[in-house]
Design a protein around this ligand. Structure first.
Ligand SMILES: NC(=O)C1=CN([C@@H]2O[C@H](COP(=O)(O)OP(=O)(O)OC[C@H]3O[C@@H](n4cnc5c(N)ncnc54)[C@H](O)[C@@H]3O)[C@@H](O)[C@H]2O)C=CC1
Ligand SMILES: O=C(CO)COP(=O)(O)O
Length: 295
């Protein structure tokens, strides 16, 4: 099968590597890379399958400026909610791709471990069960794939866990201990589940790979960029300083702003997301965690 990966950052490169076990994989990016399988965007758009890793905050503009639908089967591998509009990825893509041609990837998966062929389990979420199965078959032996039709559940899990990971990173950076971290992560799971269910997500997605699986991974390891953002905030660094040092995307930041807007507009109670947003806006991280963890 011919697969075109869009975005040659960490995740795009790891997925291109993994998918090449069984398929011919090509990759493209804004900045040309010195890779054997690097091709132009026009060549990528001619592939039967596309895997898109352009970050959530940039994808609307990217689609508008670059995308041409040619009946490709699309797997969206990014995670996040657009800050400027509060839109989920499936809402952004719906203008360009029919539902039967699109699926969303979720589950615990650090790119660097996929790059080492370490065992990984992922969920392919689509309203088109046949497409989800077909995409699952493209994955290599070291990645076990499951399918689900809970697109909104997968989206909420993938986006929200990054915000909770920032909170967990703050907790770690402030050295508040394991009890506090476990409290934050488990309350975070409840918060994201409550939010997701209000949007029609299935309860079970939150206790599976997409929810608890990805949350536990991201909110408990400095391998996570979002967790490292939290550590930076705890050390008193500004958002700008943290992002410069990181040099990579941390989707939890944009998503925290999106969740804040949604919670204000819809009068929703999202306490952890709110404190992450306030900390990003300059609130003292000690105060934020105190407000969350003590009376
Ligand atoms: N790295 C990981 O372990 C995982 C990442 N993800 C998600 O995948 C997405 C991408 O993450 P990474 O590749 O790790 O980030 P990265 O920071 O390594 O790379 C970002 C990629 O997006 C491209 N990009 C950025 N702005 C763009 C624009 N305006 N137009 C076109 N392309 C643009 C960059 O050229 C680069 O290829 C994010 O949504 C992330 O949450 C999901 C699962 C695992
Ligand atoms: O989504 C991820 C793992 O599943 C990657 O998380 P970070 O973007 O925080 O590194």
């Amino acid at each position: 099968m011919s697969i075109g990966v869009i975005g040659a950052g960490k995740w795009g490169s790891a997925l291109a590597f993994a998918l090449s076990e069984k398929n011919s994989v090509f990759i493209t990016s804004r900045t040309p890379r010195d890779l054997d399988n690097f091709v132009t965007l026009d060549e990528i758009l001619a592939c039967e399958y596309l895997v898109v890793t352009v970050p959530a905050q940039q994808i609307a503009d990217w689609l508008e400026e670059n995308f041409v639908f040619k009946n490709q089967k699309i797997l969206v591998a990014s995670k996040g909610i657009e800050a400027t509009s509060g839109k989920f990825l499936n809402e952004i893509y719906e203008k360009y791709v029919p539902d039967e041609n699109i699926a969303f990837l979720s589950g615990p998966s650090f790119a660097s471990e996929v790059m080492q062929s370490l065992p990984t389990a992922l969920v392919i979420n689509s309203s088109n069960e046949k497409l989800a199965q077909e995409l699952g078959d493209l994955f290599p032996s070291f990645i076990k794939t499951y399918t689900s039709d809970d697109v909104i559940g997968a989206e909420v899990c993938g986006a929200y866990k990054n915000v909770i990971a920032i909170a967990a990173g703050i907790c770690n950076g402030l050295e508040l201990g394991n009890n506090a971290a476990a409290a934050l992560i488990s309350r975070g799971l409840v918060e994201m589940q409550r939010f997701g269910i209000a949007y029609g997500a299935k309860e079970e997605s939150f206790i599976g790979l997409s929810g608890a699986g990805d949350l536990f991974l991201t909110a408990s390891s400095p391998m996570s960029r979002n967790f490292r953002v939290g550590i930076g905030l705890a050390k008193g660094r500004t958002q700008k300083e943290i992002l410069e040092a990181l040099g990579e995307v941390a989707e939890g930041i944009g998503t925290a702003y999106a969740l804040h807007d949604i919670s204000v507009k819809q009068d929703l109670y999202l306490p952890i997301a709110r404190e992450v947003y306030l900390t990003l806006e300059g609130k003292n991280p000690h105060e934020s965690l105190k407000d969350l963890l003590t009376k």
